[in-house]
Write a new protein. Structure first.
Length: 156
């Protein structure tokens, strides 16, 4: 096995600053969803997935797969959202295996998507120059390619 390489002090500083920026950005975006639309990040994820699905409907298993969540997590989240009249379960072959947006859920999704996009613009895109945007896009594609190019266990 190759000897592990350490990071230079300036590399550690960059890494810590990047991680802090990522945490703060995620926290601020999550706060905006809660404050402005009364929904959590998890609820937003479900609403967006259903909003993008044909007719606002999906099978629960498809939803779990699209979110990369365990089925039990999806089930618990859907129960909470069903109690808030954001989604409703549908029957398929005698089983409650489908889920769809209610009118209230569709309205909540549309409003939250627009507001969330505005917050992403404010806290992310408006802070970047065109050169930085291009560099981040290229770097992000490299990282995704590096990680997804393996068997799913991350870089070797």
């Amino acid at each position: 096995m190759a000897k592990p390489r350490t990071l230079k002090p300036e590399e550690w500083e960059l890494w810590h600053t990047w991680m802090q920026a990522q945490r703060l950005l995620a926290r601020e975006l999550d706060r905006g969803l809660q404050r402005d639309y009364g929904i959590s990040k998890a609820e937003f994820s479900v609403l967006v997935s259903l909003h993008q699905a044909p007719e606002g409907k999906m099978r629960v298993g498809e939803l779990a797969e699209s979110l990369a969540w365990e089925k039990s997590r999806v089930s618990h989240q859907l129960t909470r959202m069903e109690n808030r009249d954001l989604v409703t379960r549908t029957d398929s072959g005698g089983r409650r295996s489908g889920i769809e947006l209610t009118a209230q859920g569709r309205s909540a999704a549309q409003a939250a998507i627009l507001g969330h996009a505005e917050n992403i613009r404010r806290y992310f895109f408006e802070t970047l120059t065109p050169e930085q945007t291009s560099a981040i896009q290229g770097w992000s594609q490299q990282v995704v390619g590096l990680i997804e190019g393996h068997d799913g266990d991350g870089p070797e």
